[in-house]
Design a protein around this ligand. Structure first.
Ligand SMILES: [Zn+2]
Length: 194
């Protein structure tokens, strides 16, 4: 693993810690104080920028609708909360996408993500966000998962871009110093020629 990859990995680890410990925004890194933002791991602006809010209304439905959903999911159906949510990849920043859904599995409701790894030799991957007997809890986790991972992917991508910019800046400085050296050298030679 080279220095850049190492750096990216550390950043991803940091972002994942933020997502779990939730004290900073997963997208921009700012400290969060509002309880809703802290719980979500994203400030309101970054939540919107990461595709948040689209499924929020799904929580605000009558009991009959919750009963209908429960029957559907227990019977083997799934409810999707969007596909192509961005998903961070170690060492690259962004590459994979994810479909977020709720299903019933071994007596529990699961909010999970199917990670599309596009031709990876081991195939696609799966991330389970929560396993619970409470369907509402599973819904809430699924609603928040897509925007959270998209925000993490964005942050990882920004870090990769910054590292690349720093590297090209160093190369630029090296080139400049070489030009100066060459210039001095040619003048010295020129003077000698006189
Ligand atoms: Zn933010």
């Amino acid at each position: 693993m080279n220095a850049l990859e190492q750096q990216v990995e550390e950043q991803i680890d940091a972002v994942e810690l933020v997502a779990r410990g939730v004290t900073n925004c997963a997208r921009c890194g700012r400290t969060l104080t509002d309880p809703v933002s802290v719980k979500r791991g994203l400030g309101p602006v970054c939540y919107g920028l990461s595709g948040g809010g689209i499924f929020d209304g799904n929580m605000d439905v009558p009991d009959e609708e919750w009963a209908r959903r429960e029957r559907l999911i227990v019977a083997g159906g799934e409810v999707d909360f969007g596909v192509n949510w961005r998903y961070p990849v170690e060492g690259i920043g962004v590459g994979y996408t994810m479909r977020v859904s709720v299903r019933f599995h071994e007596g529990r409701f699961e909010a999970y993500g199917h990670v599309n790894r596009y031709g990876h030799p081991d195939g696609d991957d799966e991330v389970v966000f929560v396993r619970t007997t409470d369907l509402k809890e599973a819904y809430q986790a699924a609603i928040e998962a897509g925007p959270r991972y998209t925000a993490m992917a964005h942050r990882a991508q920004v870090q990769v871009a910054r590292a690349a910019a720093r590297r090209s800046k160093v190369q630029e400085l090296f080139k400049t110093s070489k030009e100066v050296t060459d210039d001095v050298r040619s003048r010295v030679h020129g003077r000698r020629a006189l």
